[in-house]
Design a protein around this ligand. Sequence first.
Ligand code: AHR
Length: 504
Amino acid sequence: MKKGSLILDKDYRIGKVDERLFGSFIEHLGRAVYTGIYQPGSPVSDEDGFRVDVLNLVRDLNVTVVRYPGGNFVSGFRWEDSVGPVANRPKRLDLAWNSLETNQFGLHEFVKWSRKAGVDIMMALNLGTRGIEDARNLVEYCNHPEDGSYFSELRKRNGSAQPFDIKLWCLGNEMDGPWQIGHKTADEYGRLAQETAKVMKLVDPSIELVACGSSNSDMPTFGIWESTVLGHVYEYVEYLSLHQYYRNDMDDTSSFLASSTTMDRFIRSVISTCDYVKTLKHSNKLMYLSFDEWNVWFHSNKQDKEVAPWMEAPSLLEDIYDAEDALVVGTLLITLLKHADRVKIACLAQLVNVIAPIMTEPDGRAWKQTIFYPFFDVSMYGRGISLEPVITCDTYGCSMYSAVPCLDSAAIFHEEDETITVFAVNKSLKEPMELVCDLRSFGKYVIVAHHVLDCSDLHAVNDVDHQYVCTKTVKESKEEGEKLTVTLMPKTWNVIRLGKVKTC
Ligand code: AHR
């Protein structure tokens, strides 16, 4: 039996969880938009052509913010192509994904969809092939409230008298990556981002901006990219982005389950770099982080299926996730919660069909991948105060690290009803874990509910007809006095909800 202990105290607080931590991402890529969220003429679509089954699942997930329209796609995108009468919109070659973009779904359609889905928009700008002029025009088009300016009038003529009022904007996408259309050096990007930010805020001072950090922590320029870019934009932006996808292409489960350690180190390094630039600038401003692309992604890379170029909405990046991936996604969510003081935005990449928790069949059925479940749980119970857990537990060694904790855990205090939710993953492949929760100043609590995603068959997957991997309620938890003891079965994602014992 593995051992773990968790000390929680009312006074040990990381900070309030920003609801934008439960964000996601829709890119014009593969079947994310077409046959994903949008399929006009389908019996499962509404009067706007939006898939109702998908909208319902997005609402179930309680996604708060959706990044759009890319990704790599945005670096070659002309936003003007995607507005105005649908019949007049041009078809363009999408050079990022070798596809044909019809622009039948564009800016107004996305705004309408996001309102139906109940999500805020995180709008990404093209700083690959375009720049300051187009950025100011787009902000004016989306947000300028007054009549009479060229772009606010154009928006009205295109059917939206009210401004879209988009508050959150990304200054480009992965501009450090040589694959990116219009890839730039850190100085080239930093200068462009600074001047673009300045002009966008002249149009609408209420917006918040995210500057591009590195595409991942393995980039040779990681670190220098961040410090150089921040040197240019520190005063002009609120957030720096992080992107990272985790993979198990060597079939090494122990190392894959250590992905949260890798994510934690990545976040800490970016925080250190931000604070270093803050020091150099003698600034009082704290830079926050936007982890606006994260997930597991590798299954579809292993398939050497040839996709013909220039197809409309080809099947791309349709990873089918297994139970092991869900465990890893759970540990990554825990890691994000434990950095709630600095990571304010996070986007699970992506939302539908493309490396996604939600899949659709073109014939009209939608279904939940394994990774849907931990995201659902954290989005449902992860809002509140993230507590600083003092964790002691057994460790294991793997090819990447000599000592990986067998337990990943985060705890959220819900002030409104004084309940606590503990998220915990037992990463041991064979042994259960006895987890003792010491609640100190919280007083007497009982376990109200304990539910588990059982990943004992690590390679089990869901499909359109079967939800083999889904959360189930368990009853094996023990309670003892001021400390609560819970058994975590091996290879499980656990959500343990604690309620305060009222004393009269
Ligand atoms: O999410 C898929 C792709 O991954 C995005 O387009 C890009 O930003 C990243 O490299």
